[in-house]
Design a protein around this ligand. Structure first.
Ligand SMILES: *[C@@H]1O[C@H](CO)[C@@H](O)[C@H](O)[C@H]1NC(C)=O
Ligand SMILES: *[C@@H]1O[C@H](CO)[C@@H](O)[C@H](O)[C@H]1NC(C)=O
Length: 224
């Protein structure tokens, strides 16, 4: 009997840990990332709290300043995650400024570890996300300055500036210290080494030549 209770407990613990895909809750007030520690944990180990100062929770990120959007997709994402701000370690949150050139876009991508809430600071954005299989429903909307939209965790989403003569700016909050980003085209067509064109031709239901052409393009990263 005791054994079966033990097995049930183990099963429930495993089941619940698999269901929780976002960051775990902190077990102390803060745990400033000690990036020099040789000890590896899920996240970063804590810096000695007696050595923590206000600067560990601070970043002069100049998020009020426009970024260069001259890249191929016409957008530039400035992410403030735990790598830029050590105090974010264990806190389950991060922030991004996104600049869009006229007709620029933040191409379809997913954050494997975070929900994202985005607000438009300047301009207009056509945004959307697609639900998982089998429905693959697109939820999309045009946002104006001051509007807010949420992209649920893990789902493929995008933002596009449909205006040809005005830039746009958005601020996004994400529910992880390290949301991660997978830009779909870059991951599929720009992997190193490349995925076999036999695999992709079948997946995309096109001739191999179309895949070879896509794989020969330069898949620029727009995240900094
Ligand atoms: C994004 O902006 C930063 C700072 O302005 C710049 O260093 C970087 O090259 C820009 N990237 C693109 C793709 O424009
Ligand atoms: C998905 O599509 C099926 C079939 O059209 C429908 O019955 C179901 O309600 C849809 N699910 C959601 C979450 O929209």
């Amino acid at each position: 009997m005791a054994t079966s209770y033990f097995l049930l407990t183990v099963f429930l613990a495993l089941a619940s840990s698999q269901a929780i895909a976002s960051d775990p809750s902190p077990l102390q007030d803060f745990c400033v990332a000690d990036k020099d520690s040789p000890v590896k944990v899920n996240g970063f180990v804590c810096k000695d709290p007696t050595h923590v100062t206000a600067d560990d929770f601070f970043k002069a990120a100049k998020l009020d300043e426009p970024r260069n959007t001259k890249g191929k997709v016409g957008s530039n994402v400035t992410l403030i995650n735990v790598m830029q701000l050590a105090g974010l370690n264990t806190l389950g949150i991060s922030l991004a400024r996104i600049d869009y050139a006229p007709l620029g876009e933040n191409p379809p991508h997913t954050h494997p570890r975070a929900t994202e809430i985005l607000t438009v600071l300047e301009g207009t954005l056509y945004v959307g996300f697609v639900t998982s299989n089998p429905n693959n429903t697109l939820f999309a909307k045009v946002l104006n300055k001051g509007d807010v939209f949420v992209f649920p965790e893990g789902l493929i989403h995008f933002q596009f500036n449909p205006v040809h003569d005005k830039p746009a700016v958005a601020l996004a909050a994400l529910s992880s210290q390290n949301p991660g980003v997978i830009t779909i085209a870059n991951a599929v067509f720009g992997s190193k080494p490349p995925i076999s064109d036999d695999v992709l031709a079948k997946a995309f239901q096109v001739e191999k030549g179309a895949i070879d052409w896509l794989q020969a393009q330069f898949w620029e990263n727009n995240h900094y």
